[in-house]
Ligand binder design. Sequence first.
Ligand code: ATP
Ligand code: MG
Length: 805
Amino acid sequence: LATSPQPLLATLNDEQRAAVTLPSEHALILAGAGSGKTRVLTTRIAWLLSRGEVTPGGILAVTFTNKAAKEMMTRLQAMLPVNVNGMWIGTFHGLCNRFLRAHYKMAGLPQSFQILDTQDQLSAIKRLYKQYNIDAERFPHKEMQWFISGCKEDGLRPHAVEVRDDETRKKVEFYQLYEEQCQREGVVDFGELMLRSFEVLRDNDPIREHYQRRFQHILIDEFQDTNKLQYAWIKMLAGSGANGPVSDPASFAPRGSVIAVGDDDQSIYAFRGARVGNMTDFVREFKVQHQIKLEQNYRSYSNILDSANALISHNSRRLGKNLRTNQGAGEPVRVMEAPSDFAEAQWMVDEMKQLVRDDFERKEIAVLYRSNAQSRVIETALFNAGLPYKVYGGLRFFERAEIKNALAYMRLIENLRDDTSFLRVVNFPPRGIGARSIEQLQDLARAQGCCLSDAVSGLGGKAGANINAFVAKIEVMREQTQSMTLRQITELVLDTSGLREHYRNDREGEDRLENLEELVNAAESFVSNEGFGRDAVALPGEDDFVAPAPSMRQSPASQGFDFDAPMENAPAPDADTGETLSPLAAFLSHAALEAGDNQAQAGQDAIQLMTVHSSKGLEFDCVFITGMEEGLFPHENSMSDRDGLEEERRLMYVAITRARKRLYLSHSQTRMLHGQTRFNMKSRFYDELPEAALKWLSPKPGAQGSLPVGRPWGGYGGNTGGATYSGAGRAYSTGATTSFEPKVVQKEEPSHGLRVGLKVFHTKFGEGKVLTLEGTGPDARAQINFPRHGVKWLALSVAKLTPVP
Ligand code: ATP
Ligand code: MG
């Protein structure tokens, strides 16, 4: 490549430049938010390529989200005249998918295996529960899902799980059944993508050695949030000099260069198995000589940065690093207390309009919240104000019911054994197939040990005829779509399935219909964009690795396939068999892996809404952090233990450090959440921020006479969505010192019949004990301790409580 490396380095500071130009060894870059970690990684790749130290095929770069991968490729493309589509840059899941597509036979999977997303996985689990009559009270579905994912993240197959008690034994038995079902249906869940590709590498010397030779440079962003299996996967690929077993620590001598980049203060996925400890393990096991710290923050003004630094200093277990900025103080961090969540959202929208008038782009304004459930009120306010917005996470485009229905048909065209998809649409749009018939079919399939579509022929009567017609319809669709483009396939599926017709006749189906049209667009742009080349690249089949030719062992460069050849939009056929992954199969895996990038709205200048978790690595000019309330942020599930609280604080650190220029924090005295009006105290995190950097837009609570009369937003106060408590004008101090002590304690017998100490039952939270009662009539509320869900304030006019004798 002809580019001179110098301009690449020109804009970097000394530490960054040192990191970019490290020799080909292992290194850890440990640095705070906004210090240029991701930029260093990207620049290093460009630097290596531009000096001819490695070919694009020799690089493996792992990012945390698809969005980050895309951004990295865009930046690389801008720096160098290189075709980035063939490069292995992506998330762990994306890369594993790609690996398994290339080695599907070795992995024991059908070529067109389908990916179960989290929802699909849950419905697959529920289906098995029914089949085996498993008690969902005793083993809640989600708990089982976590158990299975947890085992996979620890690299454990059912036989390897240590069984200490009866409960675990039951779960392991279920895990086994679940695995068999997935295998039968040719589907893999997210955890399986990782574990399966790990096992293929572990168990097949030629394949492992091939990739070990190939990936001379491995770069991992957001390393603090890798889990055990992901780290093991990297170790496997980094390999050992002697090619000895990776599991033998004594002989582990990784070759090439592995550069891990991370920030322990931004580790926010411990609840999902992430291990900060991977950083110290990495330094030890890779005998890391270079540890680089970056301390200059380029992102934020110092009021924002000081807030982040002050907050995170309250955590005890930290690796320790500093951050400074040259950018000056900037605007103060603005803080707002609103009487209700509606008022909070309305205030935010007003503020945003002003920001837009001040020439901020809408896509440079982000709203961050701790829980997805918070987005609804904000969305309504934005919608009413006519401000375009885009929600990341939550229900993503590819997770919407109508899209999943269409995809289910497409998946069945690819693979009729996919029972999850089969059950999803066998009677959708409705075609007179009853639940009983489907149960019969399931019984039959179970008895024969086959998939549903194979069992249909054994089903008689009208039900049999109807289901047979469904299967025949899919088969006809498969025939018809043989030589069609992806766009044509999508169109045909929408029409032939009856979905279009169905939603057209549905009075509330307009949005859904629009989304279906977006699916056609998504299919179209998937083919014309680089997406296809990237996700669907067909590598040489595994047969090439079974008995490697002697030449292959000696000369990695001359293995007969050209990894660095520019990727065409159509995938290259299998070197051996000529087989190629169909565009449809590629599109389907793309849909399952797509993380939050809503194709439909990509590029539109819209306000960005997302959870704090999904904001990691991103930056915006203006950031609103909403719902700064005890129980919400920090979240009630994590408030009670120190580890949980420290993780919440790291989340808050991530949230604050997303902002470049403006930062707003807000909370509300009342909030409708999960059907209840809650009365929350303001978040303890406020008390951990430097007074000097903040500006209270509302009177600071805790100060004398905390809630003044005649506030401008009082008009929204009464609207708390059903509960009649009026936030404005009632003197409930939410000040830190008062800990929300009840002001009035009931003396007479109240109409609701509850008393302190009484046991009550709530349909969602289960049994609990009344701690406090206050208010009368429609304002009556109770503080109740639910052993499973913690202490909650419930409005008695809304909450359905029954006394437990
Ligand atoms: P996070 O921890 O949030 O992932 P990060 O450490 O990865 O942050 P980057 O996103 O790489 O940080 O960089 C933060 C911002 O600072 C980006 O806008 C980047 O372009 C800019 N930046 C980084 N280094 C420099 C530099 N030397 N000169 C100017 N701008 C820089
Ligand atoms: Mg980053």
